[in-house]
Design a protein around this ligand. Structure first.
Ligand code: S3P
Length: 429
């Protein structure tokens, strides 16, 4: 889809079929980065098709890492901890994950580099990685804590760091930097966030220790390349789970889905809201739990998302909120201020688009309160350049009265280029 694309989503009667998801975005980024600094080759199957993970690969190439991609299989030749000076700024595109996590690796190299991003990424806070990396001895100049980042490579020293914000990107950044640092780095998080960084480091052969919310890594460990099949992205599955939840009797099969417990809170919430889910073929691949889901729609009650759940569901809240008016009791989201500094201000984006569809919404500083039992009407909406907003409202449109037009629909390609065609395949009208 070209920039400025719009998609019209007519209402559906139900959804039915099989959804095969692209590889998980969080895992794809981490495997690509670690494969680049590992010893020997890695082969990654079902690598994310999203533009964000392509940004990570492009940055790795600019850092001297050789890789080849055939469809969704990526073969990467590792450079054993030392990367090459990039000839140009590292373009992270729209991807906060690329900038935040890769900054931990380039900060410990013997060269200087610059990391840049698109307009949305250039507004996002980077202080959360600049501060601890600087405490490790890194030299990073920024535009008031925002991109671009100018990083002068330095010898890093381990730190003990208590993260003020619950962020898996920051945790991974510091563990990756810790791998290059002298001594043992300890990172403590205020809440347990996704643990793909820890699992990926272990998969590549590093020793990591975890006690409660504290993770430790010893510097100087060498990584070994791996062969892996990346499980389907559960944050992308969220759109289809919510679509199924809209229609009693809907049926979906989702094979090869990531079910890592630090990401699977979504499954509990949609089950509490009425979706019936059964899981088969559970297996563990490189420490990541994977399963196949059978999903059936029933009644749709409400939910409250607060505290640790808000951090665990941070990427799924937009779609849960977008379907909230159709629930019986509505949905209340609290403690989710982080949503305001994602690819867009997602609290404002959800409130604006729901109101355009005729819903009553209470917008709060750290969340939303959306009453249930409402009717939504087809409307003209904007993605605000945010992939999850484009996809969330395509799902809300399925039960609206009338057609919904979504401007800036091409944003979906940031994490899920095939989203609209898959939605069309499963929607029955
Ligand atoms: C991610 C962590 C979350 C999430 C993002 C991916 C990751 O961001 O919103 O889409 O892969 O670690 P934060 O670390 O900012 O919470």
């Amino acid at each position: 889809m070209k920039p400025g694309s719009q998609v019209v989503v007519p209402p559906a009667r139900t959804v039915h079929g099989v959804v095969r998801l692209p590889g998980d975005k969080s895992i794809s980024h981490r495997y690509a980065m670690l494969a680049g600094v590992a010893d020997g080759p890695s082969r990654l199957e079902n690598y994310s098709t999203g533009a964000d993970c392509a940004s990570t690969l492009a940055c790795m190439r600019a850092l001297g890492v050789k890789w080849e991609r055939k469809d969704n299989v990526v073969e990467i030749e590792g450079r054993d901890l030392s990367l090459a000076a990039p000839a140009r700024p590292l373009d992270c595109g729209n991807s906060g994950s690329t900038m935040r996590m890769l900054s931990g690796i380039v900060a410990g190299q013997k060269f200087s580099s610059e990391m840049v991003g698109d307009e949305s990424l250039s507004r996002r806070p980077m202080e959360r990685v600049i501060k601890p990396l600087s405490a490790m001895g890194a030299q990073i100049a920024s535009r008031d804590g925002r991109p671009p980042l100018r990083i002068t490579g330095s010898a890093l020293t381990a730190i003990d760091y208590k993260m003020p914000v619950a962020s898996a990107q920051v945790k991974s950044c510091l563990l990756f930097a810790g791998l290059l640092a002298d001594g043992e780095t300890r990172v403590e998080e205020p809440l347990r966030t996704r643990d793909h960084g820890e699992l990926a480091l272990r998969a590549f052969g590093a020793q990591i220790e975890r006690k409660g919310n504290e993770t430790c890594i010893r510097g100087g460990q060498r990584l070994r390349g791996i062969e892996a099949r990346i499980p389907g992205d559960i944050s992308s599955a969220a759109f289809f789970l919510c679509a199924a939840a809209l229609f009693p009797g809907s049926q979906l099969t989702i094979p090869n889905l990531l079910m890592n417990p630090t990401r699977a809170r979504l499954l509990d919430i949609v089950t509490q809201m009425g979706l019936r889910i059964s899981v088969t073929q559970l297996e563990e691949i490189h420490g990541e739990l994977v399963g196949s889901l059978q999903v059936e729609g029933a009644r749709l009650t409400g939910a409250t998302i607060a505290g640790a759940d808000s951090a665990a569901l941070i990427d799924e809240i937009p779609v849960l909120a977008a379907i909230a008016p159709y629930t019986e009791q509505g949905i209340e989201v609290r403690d989710a201020r982080e949503l305001r500094v994602k690819e867009s201000d997602r609290i404002a984006a959800v409130a604006t688009n729901l109101r355009l569809m005729g819903a009553q919404v209470e917008e709060r500083d750290d969340g939303l309160k959306i009453p249930g039992g409402q009717t939504l009407y087809g409307a003209e909406l904007d993605s605000l350049g945010d992939h999850r907003i484009a996809m969330a409202f395509a799902v809300a449109a399925l039960r609206a009265d009338g057609e919904t037009l979504i401007r800036g629909a091409e944003a979906a390609a940031i994490s899920y280029p095939a989203f609209f065609s898959t939605l069309e395949e499963i929607a029955e009208r």
